[in-house]
Design a protein around this ligand. Structure first.
Ligand code: ZN
Length: 690
C-alpha cells in the first residue's frame, strides 16, 4: 500500500470508485454507520474451496460470489467499504462547514472549506456557465505568440495544477536528505503512461484513436469548429508521442540512481536550450535563486527542449488548450464532465459517474485535506485507538528486528546498518501534530473550476521556494481520512492515517489474531519492509541515497529478488496478460516480508497472552492468514485490471494473497497443506529475503 506522489496522481485520475448511499440515507449531522466491517469475517469464506488449492478464493469467495461492483465504481471490497464509511463522516464535516460559512469570519479555514464545497456542489451554476469559467485561461493560451511566452504560459498553467510538458516541484535532495531541491521530471502526457503511445497491439491502437477523439471533443465543446479540432487533436497526439518516446518506463524509474542527475543551472540551460529557464523560474514565482536542480530524465528534457523549438506554436497552443480543458472538465457543465468521464471509464470500466457529493468530497479532501482532517479525527479516532494500533506496530518492529538479527545470508556489517536504519525509522500514526495553515488560500463564492486552480496555486506558492531549505519532517503525504498508508524512503518513515486504522484493517476490541494478519501484515509489516525493498534498500537511515550494503549482500539480495520477479511474472493479471514482476517487485517484497514479520509478531503475542482459543472453528494461525487474505478482499473490473498492469506497482489482490502465503511453511502447517498443493511452492524456488 505504498504510494508515491506521481503514481497517486495517476491512480486518482484513473480510479472512478465509490457510490452506494442514496441521498435519503445520509443526513448532515447524524452519521449513519454502514454494516460494521470485521477484520475476520467467516461470512466471506467459501468453504466449498480448498484453502490449499486457492486461498484467496477460500477466504473471499463467499463474498465475491454475491458481490456486484456498483455502476459508478471500478472495484468493490475493503478499500471501497472503508472509504464509503469514512466519506460519510467527511460529508458531515463538509456540510457543517457549508452551513457555518456565512457566520464565520470570511478568512477562517471553516468558512473557506464551506465556500469551496458549496461552490463545487452548485451544479446549476456549472450547467449555466458552460465553458465560461475558463474563458480567460483559454484566451491567455491563445495569446501566446513567441517561444518565451510559451514557456511563461506553461509555468502559469503548472502553477494552477494543469499538467503541461514536464513536472516541476521541490522535494528532498536524494543525496542531502535534510534539504529540499528542485526536481524536474518527465510529464505532459494525456494518456496514463508512456507505454500507451508506444505499444503496437490492436487494443493500444484503439485507445489511441479514442484519445484523439476525446481531445477533439473537448476542443469542440470549447467552441472550435469540429474539423479544426480534429486536425489539432492529431497534432496533440503527435507531440505527446514524441514526449512519450523520450520518457523512461516505470520499470526503469524503479532504480533511484537512474533518476538522480544533479545539474547546475548552466548545464540545465545547455541540456534543454530552447527552454528559457530564467523566464520559467520567474513565471513560476521562484524568488529564491537556485544553483542546481535534479533532472530526473535528461533525455526527456533534452527532447522537450527540441520540441519547444521545432513544433509550430499553433500546435503548442492546441496542446495547452486541451490540457487546461482536461483539468477543468470535471467541474464544468455536464457536456464537459460527461466527456471526461466517458474517456476515463475506458481505463476504469465504471459505468456511471459518482454522485456529485462524492466527487466534490474527494476533490475537497485532495486539495484542502488538512482543513477537514481535524474535525474528521475528532469524530472517528480516539487516543485509545491510536495507542492500540501503535502496540501492533511496535510488535512488528520488534519482530522485524529479530528477523534481521537471524538472517543467514547477510553479513554482519550490512546487518548492523540495517538494524540501525530500522531503529531510526520514524512512524506517524493517526493525524499530523500540526495542521496546515490555510490563511493565504483564496476561495471565492462562484464558479468552481477557478477555485480548483486557486487551491493548486496555493499549494504551489506554499512549496515553490523551498529549495535549499530544511525538509519539513512534520508534513504528511496523504490526508487523514485516506484508506492507505505509505513508506517514504527520503525521510525513512512510515505513515498510517486514521482513516486506515479502522475496521476492516484494525479493531481494538476484536480478535487479536485477525488484527496481526491485517494491520500487522498488510499494513505495518508491509510499510516497514518497504524500507528494505528493491528501492528502499538504496536509502540510508537519514533518507540519503547511499549504498550501505556489502557487495556480496547486494548480490544475494538481487538473486532472491529475482525469485520474487519470476514468481509474480508467472501469474495472470487479466485475460492472457501476465503480472509485470519487475514493476511490482517492491510491493511484492513488502507483502511477503510484511506477512512473515506479522506471523512472528502473532507468535510473540500468543506467547505473551497465552490465548490460543479457537473462534468460529478456526485456530489463531488460521484466523491470522484468513484476515490477511480478507484484507485484500477486492473485486475489480477487467478494464481496471488492464490499466493497472501498466501503471500500478501492486499485483492484483488475488496474488498479493496467494503469492506470499504459498511461500510460507507456516501457512502450509496452519491449513495442513501437502507438498504439491498449489498453495505450497517448492522450497527450491521460494525467495528468502526478509
Ligand atoms: Zn506498498
Amino acid at each position: 500500500m505504498s504510494i508515491n506522489r506521481s503514481l497517486l496522481v495517476s491512480l486518482l485520475a484513473l480510479t472512478v470508485p465509490s457510490a452506494g448511499f442514496s441521498q435519503s440515507q445520509v443526513s448532515s449531522t447524524a452519521v449513519p454507520i454502514p454494516a460494521r466491517l470485521k477484520v475476520f469475517d467467516p461470512a466471506y469464506i467459501d468453504t466449498s474451496v480448498n484453502a490449499c488449492q486457492d486461498f484467496f478464493a477460500f477466504a473471499n469467495g463467499g463474498w465475491i460470489k454475491h458481490d456486484t461492483i456498483p455502476a459508478a465504481f471500478s472495484t468493490s471490497g475493503v478499500s471501497k467499504d472503508m472509504t464509503d464509511a469514512n466519506e460519510l463522516v467527511v460529508r458531515s464535516v463538509l456540510e457543517d462547514a457549508m452551513a457555518a460559512r456565512k457566520r464565520r469570519p470570511a478568512n477562517s479555514t471553516v468558512a473557506k472549506l464551506g465556500r469551496y464545497y458549496a461552490s463545487c456542489m452548485d451544479s446549476a451554476r456549472a450547467e449555466r456557465e458552460g465553458v465560461s469559467p475558463v474563458k480567460a485561461d483559454l484566451a491567455a493560451i491563445n495569446a501566446v505568440s513567441t517561444r518565451s511566452e510559451l514557456i511563461r504560459e506553461i509555468a502559469t498553467l503548472q502553477r494552477n495544477g494543469v499538467g503541461a510538458l514536464f513536472n516541476f516541484f521541490p522535494n528532498a535532495d536524494p543525496k542531502d536528505a535534510e534539504h529540499y531541491m528542485v526536481w524536474i521530471t518527465q510529464g505532459g502526457l494525456g494518456m496514463p503512461d508512456r507505454d500507451y503511445y508506444t505499444k503496437t497491439d490492436a487494443a493500444s491502437d484503439s485507445l489511441r484513436r479514442k484519445y484523439v477523439a476525446h481531445v477533439a471533443k473537448l476542443l469542440t465543446l470549447a467552441g472550435e469548429p469540429a474539423s479544426v479540432a480534429s486536425a489539432e487533436a492529431q497534432r496533440v497526439m503527435a507531440l505527446e508521442t514524441e514526449l512519450a518516446k523520450a520518457s523512461m518506463t516505470r520499470v526503469e524509474q524503479r532504480d533511484p540512481n537512474a533518476t538522480y542527475h544533479k545539474t547546475t543551472i548552466a548545464d540545465l540551460q545547455q541540456l534543454s536550450g530552447p527552454i528559457s529557464w530564467r523566464q520559467y523560474f520567474q513565471a513560476a514565482g521562484m524568488t529564491t535563486p537556485v544553483s542546481y536542480v535534479n533532472v530526473s530524465q535528461p533525455d526527456f528534457l533534452r527532447r522537450a527542449g527540441e520540441l519547444v523549438n521545432s513544433m509550430p506554436l499553433e500546435d503548442w497552443r492546441a496542446y495547452l488548450r486541451y490540457h487546461l480543458l482536461s483539468a477543468a472538465s470535471p467541474w464544468l457543465s455536464s457536456d464537459f464532465a460527461n466527456e471526461n468521464f466517458a474517456y476515463r471509464a475506458l481505463y476504469s470500466g465504471a459505468k456511471e459517474m459518482l454522485p456529485r457529493w462524492k466527487r466534490c468530497l474527494r476533490v475537497t479532501d485532495g486539495q484542502l485535506g488538512e482543513a477537514l482532517g481535524q474535525a474528521y479525527v475528532e469524530r472517528t479516532f480516539s487516543p485509545k485507538a491510536k495507542a492500540d494500533a501503535k502496540q501492533v506496530i511496535d510488535d512488528i518492529r520488534a519482530s522485524f528486528q529479530n528477523r534481521l538479527m537471524n538472517l543467514s545470508w547477510m553479513s554482519d556489517s550490512t546487518r548492523r546498518y540495517a538494524l540501525s536504519k530500522l531503529a531510526r525509522m520514524n512512524e506517524k500514526v493517526g493525524y499530523p501534530d500540526k495542521w496546515r495553515d490555510y490563511s493565504t488560500l483564496d476561495v471565492e463564492d462562484g464558479s468552481f473550476a477557478p477555485n480548483v486552480f486557486r487551491a493548486d496555486a496555493f499549494e504551489w506558492r506554499r512549496t515553490i521556494n523551498r529549495p535549499g531549505k530544511p525538509v519539513d519532517k512534520t508534513e504528511w503525504g496523504i490526508t487523514v481520512p485516506t484508506v492507505n498508508a505509505y513508506y517514504d524512503p527520503s525521510v525513512n518513515e512510515m505513515v498510517f492515517p486514521a482513516g486506515a486504522l479502522l475496521p476492516q484493517t484494525f479493531d481494538a476490541s476484536g480478535d487479536m489474531a485477525a488484527n496481526y494478519g491485517s494491520l500487522g501484515g498488510s499494513w505495518a509489516g508491509h510499510e516497514l519492509t518497504h524500507g528494505f525493498d528493491d528501492e528502499g534498500r538504496h536509502y540510508d537511515a537519514e533518507g540519503n541515497l547511499r549504498d550501505w550494503w556489502a557487495a556480496t549482500d547486494s548480490v544475494r539480495f538481487n538473486e532472491q529478488a529475482q525469485r520474487v520477479v519470476d514468481q509474480f511474472s508467472g501469474y495472470i493479471q487479466v485475460d492472457t496478460m501476465h503480472v509485470n514482476g519487475k514493476l511490482t517487485l517492491g510491493e511484492n517484497i513488502a507483502d511477503y516480508g510484511g506477512l512473515l514479520t506479522a506471523y512472528d509478531a502473532l507468535q510473540r503475542a500468543l506467547a505473551r497472552t497465552g490465548q490460543r482459543t479457537t473462534v468460529d472453528g478456526y485456530t489463531p494461525e488460521q484466523r491470522f492468514f484468513i484476515a490477511y487474505a480478507q484484507s485484500w478482499r477486492e473485486h475489480t473490473r477487467p478494464e481496471q485490471l488492464k490499466t493497472r498492469v501498466t501503471v500500478d506497482p501492486h499485483a492484483p489482490a488475488e496474488w498479493r494473497t496467494n503469492g506470499p502465503v504459498s511461500n510460507m511453511p507456516a501457512f502450509a502447517k496452519a491449513f495442513n497443506c501437502k507438498p504439491g498443493d498449489p498453495m505450497v511452492r517448492p522450497l527450491s524456488s521460494v525467495p528468502q529475503i526478509w
